[in-house]
Design a protein around this ligand. Structure first.
Ligand code: MRU
Length: 338
């Protein structure tokens, strides 16, 4: 696995240090968050983002709230705000629920705040370990020599470890596979160009940036050997919510007979939701669409629709790579029979 030259999140002197991802790639700047409210704002404004990473940050935010809130009501209100900071990634509520179990378990303990901090650090550590295992499981699915397309950022920047989709690429490269990666820019907030291209270049992986609309052309010319993406929430039937544009890539991959892989830790599985139709899709501010790189790129007052995620149905997915196993989906059988 790569020895990362940056960290996304670190507990330091009673504060949460994070890499401010809104400033990348121009500036690599770490900022300190000193209370739960600052963590909520950082999650909402995408200073830190990616499903696993916001789960880890939410865990620390609950620990911070437990030590600063003066009443049970204030704590409950703050926890509710943490949980609803972003609705689609289930890792956030998964982490908060785990923290609440500890909060109640240590109700009568004088050092409850310290115990909660330890639990947040455990969640942090576990996330890094899950990333490693995803990499190991997924590497065997990567071609010996070929090109992989990825979307958004499911790398180290989206986790507390070495990533999910990108962990697979890092591990495959480590095993000597000759991979080149295509990343699409991922409008509207450009996680592909700003973050994935930056991260892969930092880690010495061959990367080529394309715009979102170029993927079909590359597939039709047989330039892409497989697609690998992350996930924000996976339903019981293995429908997958991920960054807007993922669904279109899955349809294109099926049309061209290219394997489509999803990589995600077990914390991304929602055991309460039967299928993707029930996944809440976050709607974000119109300015993300009407502005780009600080410039206005649409007429004033134009109506905007800005869903941050879409759902890829299970029948378009070849396999889901988790930290425990490779789950072979319907397209696996189709591809191995053809
Ligand atoms: O809006 P973002 O940047 O938080 O969206 C992130 C994604 O969609 C990622 O692909 C997903 O969270 C998986 S990250 C390992």
């Amino acid at each position: 696995m790569p020895t990362l030259k940056f960290h996304t999140i670190k507990w330091l002197d009673g504060q949460l240090e994070i890499l401010d991802q809104t400033l990348l790639p121009a500036q690599e700047k770490y900022v300190r968050l000193s209370d739960a409210r600052e963590v909520i704002t950082a999650i909402k404004t995408l200073q830190l983002r990616g499903a696993p990473l916001i789960g880890v940050a939410a865990a620390y935010a609950v620990a911070m709230a437990a030590s600063t809130c003066r009443s049970r009501i204030e704590f409950a209100v703050t926890v509710n705000e943490i949980k609803s900071a972003r609705p689609t990634a289930v890792n956030l509520s998964w982490a908060v629920e785990r923290m609440l179990i500890s909060y109640h378990t240590f109700a009568e303990t004088p050092d409850r705040a310290e115990r909660l901090l330890e639990q947040a650090q455990r969640i942090h550590q576990e996330d890094a370990e899950m990333c490693e295992r995803i990499g190991v499981f997924g590497a065997e699915l990567m071609p010996e020599d070929g090109a992989v397309l990825t979307h958004c950022n499911a790398g180290a920047l989206a986790t507390a470890g070495c990533g999910t989709a990108l962990a697979v690429i890092y591990q495959a490269a480590r095993q000597g596979k000759k991979l080149s990666v295509f990343t699409d820019e991922t409008r509207p907030v450009l996680q592909g160009s700003r973050l994935t291209a930056w991260e892969l270049m930092r880690e010495g992986i061959d990367v080529t940036l394309i715009t979102d609309s170029m993927a079909g052309h590359l597939m039709s010319r047989r330039i892409i050997d497989c697609v690998i993406v992350g996930a924000d929430r996976i339903a019981i039937n293995y429908d997958v919510a991920n960054k807007i544009g993922t669904y279109s890539l899955a349809v294109l991959a099926k049309e061209h007979g290219i394997p489509f892989y999803v990589a995600a830790p077990t914390s991304t599985f929602d055991h309460q939701i039967a299928s993707g139709i029930d996944i809440e899709i976050e709607q974000r501010d119109p300015s993300e669409v009407t502005n780009c790189g600080g410039s206005t790129i649409a007429p004033e007052h134009v109506r905007v629709y800005n869903p941050a995620f879409d759902v890829t149905p299970n029948h378009l997915i070849t396999a889901i790579i988790t930290d425990r196993e490779i789950i072979r989906c319907k397209r696996w059988a189709e591809q191995t029979n053809s």
